[in-house]
Design a protein around this ligand. Sequence first.
Ligand code: WT7
Length: 652
Amino acid sequence: MTSETQDNLLHEERVFPPSPEFAAQANAQPELYERAAADRLNFWAEQARDLVEWQTPFTETLDWSNPPFARWFGDGKLNVTYNCVDRHVEAGHGDRVAIHFEGEPGDTLSLTYRELQDQVSRAANVLQSLGVQTGDRVAVYLPMIPEAVIALLACARIGAPHSVVFGGFSAEALRSRIEDAEAKVVITADGGYRRGNPFALKPAVDEALAQGAESVKHVLTVRRTGQETAWTEGRDVWWSEALAAASDTHEPVWVDAEHPLFILYTSGTTGKPKGILHTTGGYLTQVTYSFKNVFDIKPETDVFWCTADVGWITGHSYVAYGPLSNGATQVLYEGTPDSPHRGRWWEIVQKYRVSILYTAPTAIRTFMKWGEEIPADFDLSSLRLLGSVGENINPEAWIWYRRVIGGDRCPIVDTWWQTETGSILISPLPGITGARPGSAQKPLPGVVASVFDDAGEHLESGSGYLVLDEPWPSMLRGIWGDPERFKETYWSRFPGVYFAGDGANLDHEGDIWLLGRVDDVMNVSGHRLSTAEIESALVSHPKVAEAAVVGAADATTGQIPVAFVIVRSEFAEEAAADGAALSEALRAHVGTEIGAIAKPKKVMLVAELPKTRSGKIMRRLLRDVAENRAVGDTQTLADSSVMDLITQGLKS
Ligand code: WT7
């Protein structure tokens, strides 16, 4: 972020308090903060008892005797799927719609809680019949279809941790994640739909398994598009056939509160993605709690819509688990916002009378670009609350969201959290907080966050590093298979507290303003990408000697990767003759190694990279070039003529 945009953020002074009507009916009332502050651990114990059903009640709230390895509600037993499905059916809500599915080609399906219970029970029986036991990992590689939610719930029902791999990731990315988690089964589909056309998914699974991933015994395949699909007899199983043949009753497996619920890979500062581990009792407690209070859910009347894909943490916590644990009704949409037309989202809001919408700033900025006459054609009067997640929402986008989508009446919650935190930690509470555009404001009741200076001292106000001072129930329990990396990444920068990797400003009102990552992690359309990961993908290409990737500011996506590449000398002539073709080939290579979202916007072929005397690449200078700015201070470069060489080379 440039200092100019930072200033814009910090000078935003408008305050939008909730209307008295909203405040009066809100789930979260001011006493929630008071109760949490009075006795934090007791507060979490109460939330866990009130919001979750335990098969064996816990007696110990937190065991923090071996930090940073936390145990929450450690001697309790429960089942997440029982809490998300069965208990609502038992309470007489079996006929309530759990999921309104809106398929991309226009096909629709509404699943009640009873129907969900039927499907999930069958799927759980199928997984067990395929040899999946409690504790075994299951990889999930699916489009946004109801089976994605059913698959997650079926895994949780038998205590088999799932590892969801976003459908946009490549075969290679899928293989490395399956191998790291040693998954026994992959749940996938023949394909999905995007912008009116079918795309294939199963071939990527076949390729991943041909290249390795030997732990996989079965591939359970949903028939979504009906396209021609290669089939390995004995290994591959059709989802629909297997579910139809399975029993529709299944006894949930009661697991310990600290039993692993899922692994989700996310990018860090080094090349290899980290398998973030979440467990059962604490995660379910805090996801249920945050969904109830931040989104003010009234399960009987609200229709919630989170536009995130289940492949990301937002889809785990606020598509799969949070809404269902609260017994809510939600919309699940397979497609993109512009197909078959740019009013598609608003048509869906109108059709299902969506009352709470949760999306990312990048989408809001895209809608701003398309113009407000598009949403104006639809009836958005059902909306009563709006949410934002994934990156900073600039005040202009916030105000537009409030006025054009929210009709100037809906509170907006700007929610800060991460894959690692499991649930929303910093956010306004919609019936309480006077909202300030561009700030996530305050930690939720029960959460303790601070801004530290470089030396690890608490700042009363000013800019520094965001940390979480105390453990929280839905915190990550580690990095799969790598406890040292867990300690090193999050707990070593400031001993004893969790370092989030974000810069933050604390203002005089005690509000937190996020300032973006302080490490080499990019935020592209609200998705986290690591420069190192894209660099290692580029360097794995036989024609590349060295590569540096930076995140350049982009008006719509927030940031976008731009690569600087030194070609191996044998290929220098080829690069000089047709640089455009080589750049394109390298972009495609990143697509194959990681996935389309990681493809650099530009690959610039350069003769040198700017380095300090100790050999560190000075990305700051490359960012200047990528953002078309005058190149900053080059004094610390080992060879200060390098930047001239780069800028001249790119001009010619
Ligand atoms: C990073 C986490 C958690 C859901 C999606 C992303 C950035 C997230 C906000 C916000 C400013 C935000 C941070 C964070 N971020 N929400 N409301 N305001 N920045 O999950 O991929 O784990 O990325 O997203 O930089 O560290 P993720």
